[in-house]
Design a protein. Structure first.
Lengths: 278, 321
């Protein structure tokens, strides 16, 4: 520790005016809370993260896959396992995003009011929001990495490029997480979350080219896939897993995902400020 | 471009004035929760907001805590404007909210460590400070227990310990003992006295008059967002009430029927649903006078005036309904 930081630290301990906290310090302080919570629950959480890819691989990849492969010789010239698993990587990120961004956010606002106790300190609404989003990003990285590692053992990927699917899936997760934070911060109870699961997440999982190519959908549903994040994440993950990239299309997919994150951020800032600063 | 705030000349704030509010207003839509109050809190004093639920105490506290924007008037904390210097103000405050807001799944010490980090304290600093504060809050033996295993009084003490992690100059306590049993309240009061002796300025809200009398050097009585009286508990009582109160209960539904019986005995009579309060300087003499009229109440009691009587006199209502 340099003399400079240690004198700042000493001044923070004393009564009286305090040296302001740097941006990184504020964000790390919030992440510190989530890390402490995770230290307590990580065992149960990790088991779930391993279990979910295993169940998917066994049922979809191997069970359904053997049926598809024997009757139609796979999809697009690949085994069904290699077709479906990269898509599931993106879809799982969506589910993780839902799990971490709905009840959790409302709980911190309303039930244990953790945000409120953070805001009584020098931290700002943006610190609290971004710190929590970074914690969810951590969950997404962990869940996606475990999923890809487990699926790789089953030969679900054709190329090492699949490693790129990890950041892509995390981005897909964030394209859901950030707008859902904005949505959750406007809820009074959990009814709104049921609507989200029924009308958004479940349909998207089924109709975003996850289990079969979107060309087989009627035009209306195809349009839904185009304007929502999951299909773009699925396409990018597949491109990475197949190591077959098409720059223009991929850039388009990336742009849509980033747009969801960006617009979501503006909306989430607004919802959080509206709810927490009264 | 000129900053509109620069146009107003900065008023010199004496170092010992920690909170200064002038014409402070808080509105929620049409509703004026705080309706133009003036408050000055000096370093080292214990200052109270006394009033019933909905009087505007908590809204005032949240503005002073620099978490709720001011709707009108002027507010300075440590001479700083909460609209522009919120983080610098909050760095020097300790806040004990009405509900504890602890993380029940984490341990007692983890709750303190995490909170200390929010103020930019290092890991070493929060551990050291947490040790001292657990001792102060008489929770050292519980340090590694999960919060959800603590009693209500212990949780409250932990919340107070947490609020002290940054060595605040002002401690804001919103209804610090609401919901605690009498023994837990006395332990808490004792801790707050110690803090005051250490020079921490206490600002608290309460709807318990005994708490206000125990803890506050000075207080304001609030009703409907306004301040209706101000002073030390003793001054308020002598200004707005008599030395003693004679309480009379009769066996009837409406105690107003007996108003004539006590006419002229005291300075003033208040009618409650279940009794009459006769304000007098000498309660025993008043009782004899009533007995002399041949009136036999079901029960009678002579007691000293309290802030409850002040509130009743000023607003015509009880503090706790």
């Amino acid at each position: 520790m340099s003399a400079d930081t240690s004198s700042v630290q000493a001044a923070r301990e004393r009564s009286g005016p305090r040296p302001p906290m740097r941006l990184a310090e504020r964000r790390l302080a919030v992440i510190g809370y989530f890390a402490t919570v995770y230290k307590r629950i990580w065992r149960g959480s990790i088991i779930g993260r391993f279990l979910s890819p295993l169940l998917f691989l066994l049922s979809m990849g191997l069970g359904l896959g053997s049926l598809v492969d024997s009757s139609s010789g796979g999809v697009d010239g690949r085994s069904y396992l290699q077709f479906v698993v990269p898509a599931i990587v993106a879809t799982q990120a969506m589910w993780v995003a839902m799990g971490e961004s709905t009840y959790q956010v409302l709980a911190y606002i309303k039930w244990n009011r953790m945000y409120e106790s953070m805001l009584a300190t020098p931290l700002s609404v943006a610190d609290v929001l971004l710190g929590h989003l970074l914690a969810v990003t951590g969950h997404l990285v962990l869940a996606t990495t475990i999923f890809v590692a487990v699926a790789a053992l089953f030969g679900a990927f054709a190329s090492w490029w699949v490693l790129l699917a990890i950041p892509v899936a995390v981005l897909t997760g964030l394209a859901f997480t950030v707008p859902i934070f904005a949505y959750s911060a406007r809820q009074e109870g959990d009814d709104g979350f049921n609507i989200l699961y029924r009308l958004l997440v479940t349909p998207l999982m089924l109709f975003s080219g996850t289990f079969f190519p979107v060309d087989q959908l009627p035009a209306v549903l195809r349009a839904v896939a185009w304007v929502t994040p999951l299909w773009h994440g699925v396409e990018l993950c597949r491109a990475a897993a197949y190591a077959s990239f098409s720059p223009l299309a991929d850039a388009g997919h990336l742009a849509v995902l980033l747009l969801y994150v960006g617009v979501g951020w503006v909306l989430a800032r607004r919802s959080f400020a509206k709810r927490l600063v009264r | 471009m000129t900053d509109p705030r620069q146009a107003v000349p900065r008023q010199p704030v004496a170092d010992d004035v920690l909170v200064r509010a002038r014409g402070l207003v808080k509105t929620f839509g049409e509703f004026r929760a705080v309706d133009g109050i003036d408050v000055t809190v000096h370093r080292g004093e214990a200052f109270g907001f006394l009033g019933p639920n909905g009087a505007g105490k908590s809204s005032t506290m949240r503005m002073v805590g620099a978490v709720s924007p001011v709707s009108g008037g002027e507010l300075r904390i440590f001479g700083l404007d909460p609209a522009t210097d919120g983080p610098a103000i909050r760095a020097r405050l300790g806040v004990v909210p009405q509900a504890d807001h602890l993380d029940e799944e984490l341990t007692v010490e983890e709750n303190l460590w995490i909170y200390g980090r929010y103020f930019g304290l290092s890991g070493r600093q929060v551990r050291e400070r947490a040790r001292e504060l657990l001792d102060f809050a008489q929770l050292t033996e519980r340090a590694r227990h999960k919060v959800d295993s603590l009693s209500g009084g212990m949780k409250r003490r932990l919340t107070i310990a947490r609020s002290l992690i940054n060595s605040p100059e002002v401690l804001l306590l919103d209804e610090p003992t609401t919901g605690l049993d009498p023994q837990a309240r006395h332990i808490l009061w004792d801790r707050l006295f110690r803090l005051k002796r250490q020079g921490v300025t206490l600002v608290l809200t309460t709807h318990y008059m005994d708490e206000a009398e125990q803890l506050c050097d000075r207080l304001v009585v609030m009703d409907h967002g306004r301040i209706v009286a101000e002073g030390s508990p003793r001054n308020l009582i002598s200004a707005h009430s008599t030395r003693e109160v004679l309480e009379l209960r009769f066996d009837l539904d409406d105690h107003r029927d007996r108003l004539d019986d006590v006419d002229g005995v005291g300075e003033r009579v208040e009618v409650l649903p279940d009794r009459l309060l006769v304000y007098v300087d000498d309660g025993d003499a008043a009782m004899s006078a009533i007995a002399g009229r041949g009136i036999r109440p079901l029960s009678s009691l002579v007691r000293r005036s309290t802030l409850e009587d002040v509130f009743l006199h000023l607003t015509g209502r009880s503090l706790i309904d």
